[in-house]
Design a protein around this ligand. Structure first.
Ligand SMILES: Cc1cc2nc3c(=O)[nH]c(=O)nc-3n(C[C@H](O)[C@H](O)[C@H](O)COP(=O)(O)OP(=O)(O)OC[C@H]3O[C@@H](n4cnc5c(N)ncnc54)[C@H](O)[C@@H]3O)c2cc1C
Length: 368
């Protein structure tokens, strides 16, 4: 036995799981396909929205439960990682009504604003229908979070192996044998947090793991320089009537990223059929769509100064998360475009599951 656990994938999910397992006294090897700080997965970039303003109670509760763990991670790492600088939802009234009902039921504070009131407060944005402000939302710093988690895991004894992909899993007497390009590693358990690559991991079926269909798309969030005198909260724009809350396929989202400007994210349908053939190039069409959006909705954004990056969304059919265990193997893909805000609590949940616990019976009472 080389380690108690092997974690396949060192993005948000894998790094947070390593942090928890190491702090609970377990030995961990992280296998990461690419170099430290790479930009080929879902977790790179400076910022992500943090919000409790969901329509569904479970996600508001989970985000709320993540806050003390974000603060713990900040204390341990000495970094500022979560800023509760406020967050707006605006757009279709039925969506905003549901968010308000959920926030009030959960005891979260919120302010309903008219479009004029919201524009007066954030003149860099325009609003047409309904608006709700959540002071508990804000932003988290993504690159800094991953770096902090990996640093803490390493300080706690984790063996981090970059540019060292897991080539396949096999059952063995000790639990799982993980093939790599070097020596195989045996472990009591394996946690597969390989994001968009999850379906490519060989040997999952030998443990009875039958993954649901996952849709991988390349997203191209665009940062615009901010015109002098403007600032932006984190925002989600609910532009469609028939969408569910926790996905982004209903309009746009964005936030101010220090030093980079204001982000505009529009849901892209650009499927990635072959990850190994993917380039990080962003199509001119994706940038044009963000420019069109910003011209209409963000007068405080300078649409002549734009930078775009490519990033992967991995969506389940219902846009919820995937977290399951079969014997010694846990698979988790948090996921579906809205996972980062939960990073420290997902690490705790994944660690619980890997150690044989039942998160559905835990204090977080996840839906079955
Ligand atoms: C554009 C964009 C905007 C987003 N905005 C928000 C937001 O505002 N708020 C929010 O909460 N969430 C947001 N998200 C979602 C959030 O970022 C993701 O849910 C989260 O980063 C997923 O992390 P992960 O660890 O599952 O995947 P990843 O970060 O992709 O990590 C998987 C890792 O596995 C590695 N890997 C793959 N195969 C192997 C192998 N065989 N062996 C070893 N390693 C392997 C990969 O190299 C990768 O590093 C956004 C995502 C994107 C793309």
């Amino acid at each position: 036995m080389v380690a108690d656990f092997v974690i396949v994938g060192g993005g948000a999910a894998g790094a947070a799981t390593a942090w928890h397992l190491v702090s609970r006294g377990h030995s961990v090897v992280i296998l990461e396909r690419y170099a430290r700080g790479h930009a080929r997965g879902s977790s790179h970039g400076s910022t992500r929205i943090f919000r409790v303003s969901y329509r569904e109670e479970i996600y508001s509760r989970l985000a709320g439960a993540a806050i003390p763990l974000w603060r713990q991670l900040e204390r341990e790492s000495g970094e500022t990682l979560l800023e509760q600088s406020g967050q707006l939802d605006h757009g279709v009234t039925s969506a905003i009504d549901e968010i308000e009902a959920n926030l009030r039921a959960g005891g979260w504070s919120c302010d309903r604003l008219t479009p004029d009131q919201a524009h007066e407060r954030w003149p860099g944005m325009v609003f047409d229908q309904s608006v709700i402000y959540s002071p508990d939302g804000g932003r988290v710093f993504a690159d800094r979070t991953i770096a902090a988690l990996l640093r803490l895991a390493e300080a706690g004894g984790a063996d981090l192996r970059f540019e060292d992909p897991a080539l396949g899993l096999e059952p063995c007497a000790e639990g799982v044998r993980v093939r790599t390009s070097g020596d195989a590693i045996t472990a009591r358990g394996v946690i597969v947090t390989a994001g968009a690559w999850l379906p490519t991991i060989e040997g999952l079926d030998a443990f009875g793991i039958d993954l649901p269909p996952l849709r991988v798309t390349a997203q191209a969030p665009v940062h615009f320089a901010i015109r002098p005198g403007f600032s932006f909260p984190s925002y989600v724009h609910h532009a469609g009537t028939d969408a569910v809350d926790h996905t982004f396929d209903y309009g746009a989202y964005g936030l101010e990223s220090p030093g980079e400007g204001v982000k505009v994210g529009l849901d892209s349908m650009e499927l990635v059929p072959d990850l190994s053939a993917r380039t990080l190039e962003v199509s001119p069409g994706a940038i044009e769509a963000a420019v069109d959006y910003a011209r209409q909705w963000l007068p405080g954004a300078d649409t002549d100064r734009a930078t775009a990056v490519s990033c992967l969304f991995t969506m389940t059919g219902d846009s919820h998360f995937l977290l399951d265990r079969r014997g010694p193997v846990v698979v988790c893909s948090p996921c579906s475009g809205h996972g980062f805000k939960f990073t420290p609590i997902l690490g705790a949940l994944i660690a619980d599951v890997a150690l044989g616990g039942d998160p559905w019976a835990s204090e977080w009472k996840l839906p079955a």
